[in-house]
Design a protein around this ligand. Structure first.
Ligand code: MOS
Length: 750
């Protein structure tokens, strides 16, 4: 059944309440199992061998010593692997950009450093790892290119579009001329380095080889349906013979959107050996799975003396691989956030000898907004206008690029509430004018914005004979709180307490859902859960009226409603049948399954976005150049907040990561070898508790009946957007020094 729900309203005691995670106990007691933790009898372990050159081909591979290790069962290479599909389309997954996806063990060609070239399969992972160290490879090396700056002259538009990617709007007016004649001008280049996701859980796949070659796969993934389709197509297997499970994910942030090579290798080994195989990557190896692209962004802003924008030029160059054109929305945000009729934006890619970049928390948004929000701060300083005031003067009440109204936009309220809470009115205008002991103090602010989306999603609701409600869908919970918020929605649909509801997800046998990404899951799957429960509710009312010896027998179902876990007459709540009684007495199925689709025709008439305002205070030690983010206040307008506790955690997580993006995170490439040098948590500097200041999150009330029927915009990504700019602007205010190249490390501040 397909449903386009309208008029479904969320109400009830659970939604909106800061309830604890329903899976919290399972997680902290270790009962929640991750992809590498499922016990499987007679399991073999794979360890991956990676290329040490960035471009060229394998000439010889000597496996003799590795094979001689007792306990090594087999070694997969490009000359020993199962047959795979030749057709590029079969390799495309739900998140594939234009181009040809990487095919592990395809042939002798090396396309990037750390490319998987062999899988050692052994009785234990230690043996496999040891044997991997004994593989001898000789290469014929070719010159490689990994440096975006060196090769920026090769920049060109992406070859084609990707679902979810909006090319920058077409140029409007003569932006260069308008810039030249503007009273106030700034023109600068901003850069961001390669960054890696570094989720806590390593990428892993456990493939259980069952009767008749059926595969049960425990995979670290943001979408079991994505892994499932990929394995079926690439290996030419019947979909029915594959089941992918991923009940828990230890963080992913985009790194598990696409099927990663450990999945391919584990399946390839299982099919070759007809045995169960597990492949777990090391932290170092996970740096080979995709990354936030490196970008160079030129922004030129022209304004009148009052700071009103006359010209916006935003040119972006991003890195991609030689085989796929990775694309994300980087340049579009500048004119979405600020009203300006004369503008020119572009987004070009430079193919390099690297693995394809990959979506990472707020892909495109985190980078583009860093640049525009720093540029606006520069403009404000030059025009002698307060940074918040200049944003209000250029505030976009409509999406000027598409000439659409916003479905809702409480950004002004975000500015007002966060600035009030932060104490922004006490800020001095001049840089270097605030001190705390020997430290310079700086206050900076920025805007955040992210898309609010609804995707098709399937769900099934079952009232079990014991009266429990079980709702299932193939979506994921990547740590965001999906289990919890879906439990709240389902519980309220029938007025049940939370502990009478079970949510099942992360299983490809369940009703279809896309990857958990883009911050769309709460709104999309939430709508599906809500709509399916509402449909089941109608069925339950009908059954209650049909049931013999029921107090509701013969009552028209239109006069019945479900309240507090029971069916009752709308005007006479004393005549009532508990759902648990109905379930116990009813013979047969009490279930409803549906695919729930968005009202795209209605939605297309509106621009749909989540907004935030970020205010940051930094303390800069002038002797050492060290920056500490002392406090931050973020106000978020994201429609309805299903659970203020899990919501706050999402935003806090984004703010913490924003600190990393601003101050420390950077994957450095050795240009001689074309290899990442700091692929470990010792040298890739993630922010830790000791780096945290006092962070506060405010949610601004916002109603939105367009974005999806439950009015939920999603929170997974908005928390990081704008944070790096707020911090960089605060560093400028503290020191008078403008650092445009992320991360703002001490050598750049000194
Ligand atoms: Mo998100 S980067 O869409 O997982």
């Amino acid at each position: 059944m397909i449903i386009f729900p309208k008029n479904v309203t969320l109400s009830g005691p659970q939604v909106g309440k800061p309830v604890n995670r329903v899976d919290g106990l399972a997680k902290v007691t270790g009962q929640a199992k991750y992809a590498a933790e499922f016990a499987v009898p007679d399991l073999l372990y794979g360890f991956v061998v990676l290329s040490t050159i960035a471009r060229g081909r394998i000439v010889t591979m000597d496996l003799t010593a590795a094979k001689a290790v007792p306990g090594v069962v087999d070694i997969l290479t490009h000359s020993h692997r199962p047959r795979t599909s030749w057709w590029t389309l079969k390799w495309k997954d739900q998140d594939a950009p234009p181009g040809s996806p990487f095919r592990p063990l395809q042939d002798e060609k090396i396309l990037f450093s750390d490319q998987p070239i062999a899988l050692i399969v052994a009785r234990t992972s230690e043996l496999a790892r040891h044997a991997a160290s004994l593989v001898q490879v000789t290469y014929e090396e070719q010159p490689h290119a990994t440096d975006l700056r060196t090769h920026r002259s090769r920049a060109r538009p992406p070859s084609s579009l990707k679902f979810g990617f909006s090319p920058p709007p077409k140029p409007r007016g003569d932006a260069d001329e308008a810039y030249r004649t503007s009273a106030v001008q700034i023109d600068a280049e901003y850069s961001s380095p390669v960054e890696h996701h570094n989720a806590l859980e390593m990428h892993a796949s456990t493939v259980v080889y069952g009767d008749g070659g059926a595969l049960t796969i425990y995979d670290k993934t943001q979408g079991v349906t994505n892994s499932h389709g990929y394995v079926a197509r690439v290996f030419g297997l019947a979909k029915k013979k594959i089941r992918v499970l991923s009940p828990f994910v230890g963080g992913a942030f985009g790194s598990a959107l696409r099927p990663q090579y450990q999945l391919f290798l584990a399946v390839a080994a299982a099919l070759t050996l007809k045995r169960s195989v597990r492949v777990v990557l090391t932290r170092q190896q996970t740096f080979g799975l995709g990354h936030r692209p490196e970008t160079l962004q030129r922004i030129a802003l022209g304004a009148d003396a009052g700071g009103r924008l006359q010209a916006v030029i935003h040119e972006v160059v991003g890195s991609t691989s030689r085989f796929e054109d990775y694309v994300e929305n980087v340049a579009n945000w500048s004119t979405l956030l600020y009203r300006c009729e004369t503008a020119r934006q572009s987004y070009d890619v430079v193919p390099l000898d690297i693995f394809t970049p990959l979506d990472m928390r707020a892909p495109g948004g985190a980078l583009g907004v860093f640049a525009i929000e720093t540029a606006i701060d520069e403009l404000a300083h030059k025009a002698g206008i307060d940074p918040l005031e200049i944003r209000l003067r250029n505030y976009a009440d409509r999406d000027g690029d598409n000439d659409l109204p916003f479905s809702s936009k409480e950004l002004k309220a975000c500015y007002a509430q966060a600035s009030e809470r932060f104490g922004w009115s006490r800020r001095s205008f001049e840089p270097r004018s605030m001190k705390d002991g020997h430290r310079r103090v700086g206050w900076g602010m920025a805007t955040g914005v992210w898309e609010a989306m609804q995707m098709p999603a399937g769900a099934k609701a079952v009232l079990q004979r014991d009266g429990r409600l079980v709702v299932s869908t193939a979506t994921a919970d990547i740590g965001t709180g999906t289990y919890t918020v879906m439990s709240q929605i389902a519980a309220d649909a029938f007025g049940l307490p939370l502990d009478r509801v079970t949510i099942e997800l992360g299983d490809s046998d369940l009703p279809f859902a896309l990857v958990e990404g883009g911050s769309w899951t709460a709104g999309s799957v939430g709508t599906a859960v809500m709509a399916v429960c509402a449909k089941l509710g109608k069925t339950l009312c009908k059954k209650a009226s049909e049931l013999a010896r029921s107090p509701l027998n013969g009552v028209s179902e239109r006069d019945l409603e479900i309240v507090d876990g029971g069916v009752q007459i709308k005007r006479d709540p004393t005549r009532r049948l508990l759902l648990s009684e109905l379930a116990a007495r009813y013979e047969g199925e009490l279930e409803m399954k549906a695919m729930v689709l968005p009202h795209m025709l209605d939605q297309r008439k509106f621009a749909r976005y989540t907004h935030s305002a970020v205010f940051a205070e930094v303390h800069v030690d002038e002797d050492f150049g060290t920056v500490r983010v002392n406090r931050m206040v973020t106000a978020v307008a994201a429609g309805r907040i299903l659970n203020p506790k899990t919501a706050r955690s999402q935003i806090l997580g984004g703010m913490v990561w924003g600190v990393g993006m601003a101050l420390s995170e950077e994957t450095v490439t050795d240009r001689h070898f074309g290899r990442y040098m700091n692929h470990s948590l010792a040298e890739y500097h993630l922010p830790v508790h000791a780096d945290m200041g006092d962070f506060e999150v405010l949610f601004v009330p916002e109603e939105d009946g367009i974005v999806n029927p439950i009015g939920v915009k999603g929170l997974g990504e908005i928390g990081i957007v704008g944070v790096a700019a707020a911090i960089s602007n605060a560093v400028f205010h503290a020191t008078g020094k403008r650092v445009r190249d992320l991360p703002i490390t001490l050598d750049k501040v000194m």
